[in-house]
Design a binder for this molecule. Structure first.
Ligand code: T5A
Length: 211
């Protein structure tokens, strides 16, 4: 019997396989009768999805880095209070497609916003909330973008340069090296079955021994 929900986030650049990995994790938890919700950032609430629409809109090319960061954290504040904390408190696991690591990677390293400002916002909206596990799906920028662009027309972020995504990836890898206990790095260029096996192994470590 599980009493406390676990908070798992999925990170990586465009096309790394976060959505695919999250769907696999959801199947895995379902098979083990572990209650969970799946959600995403930006998004997850009515407010968050409206903010997501603005953030991804390719027509919003004049958006400043500061406006972008504050919109993301406004959505995150709502998401944490309305969805994530209540779900965890009720004993559900939370599978979340992106969280604050993305802000350090995209707005910090990618856009050049001072990382201390991001940390200030993170402390404000998260307080003691941190993911129990973050799966970083790592892929070279060119390969990730190829996958993402095969799927749909580029949104405002996907229209960025390879250099931008290389910077974003570099920051994700730095975070993974710095927080190795929380962040499990997965080679997302591997065949899907092997990626899924690595995801399963990481999640298994969070399960109580009788599960
Ligand atoms: N953002 C977000 C910020 O800037 N700051 C923040 O703080 C936050 C929270 C939206 C944008 O918001 C920005 C970053 C983003 O640009 P998003 O919706 O998560 O974020 O957007 P994407 O990263 O664009 O999501 P994608 O759906 O494009 O990428 P995924 O989810 O990583 O990739 P996925 O699973 O859809 O897979 C892509 C394709 O690859 C295949 C899949 O079948 C699919 O076709 N694939 C594989 N192929 C071969 N081998 C494998 N191992 C494969 N795994 C997946």
């Amino acid at each position: 019997m599980i009493h406390t929900g676990k908070f798992i986030t999925f990170e990586g650049i465009e096309g790394a396989g976060k959505t695919t990995g999250l769907a696999y994790a959801a199947d895995y938890l379902t098979q083990r009768n572990i209650p969970f919700i799946q959600t995403r950032e930006p998004g997850g609430t009515r407010l968050g999805e409206a903010v997501r629409h603005i953030l991804l809109d390719a027509a919003q090319h004049q958006m400043t880095s500061e406006a972008e960061l504050l919109l993301i954290f406004a959505a995150r504040a709502q998401h944490i209070q309305q969805i994530i904390r209540p779900a965890l408190a009720a004993g559900n696991w939370v599978l979340c497609d992106r969280f604050t690591d993305a802000s350090y990677a995209y707005q910090g390293r990618g856009r050049g916003v001072d990382q201390q400002r991001i940390a200030l916002l993170a402390n404000w909206v998260q307080q003691d909330l941190m993911p129990d596990l973050t799966l970083l799906l790592d892929i070279p920028a060119k390969q990730g973008l190829q996958r993402a662009r095969q799927r749909s027309a580029p949104d405002r972020f996907e229209s960025e340069t390879i250099d931008f995504f290389t910077q974003v990836r570099t920051e994700y890898l730095r975070l993974a090296a710095h927080e190795a206990d929380r962040i499990t790095q997965v080679d997302a260029t591997l065949p899907l079955s092997q990626v899924q096996q690595l995801i399963q192994q990481a999640i298994q470590r969070l399960l109580p021994h009788d599960n």
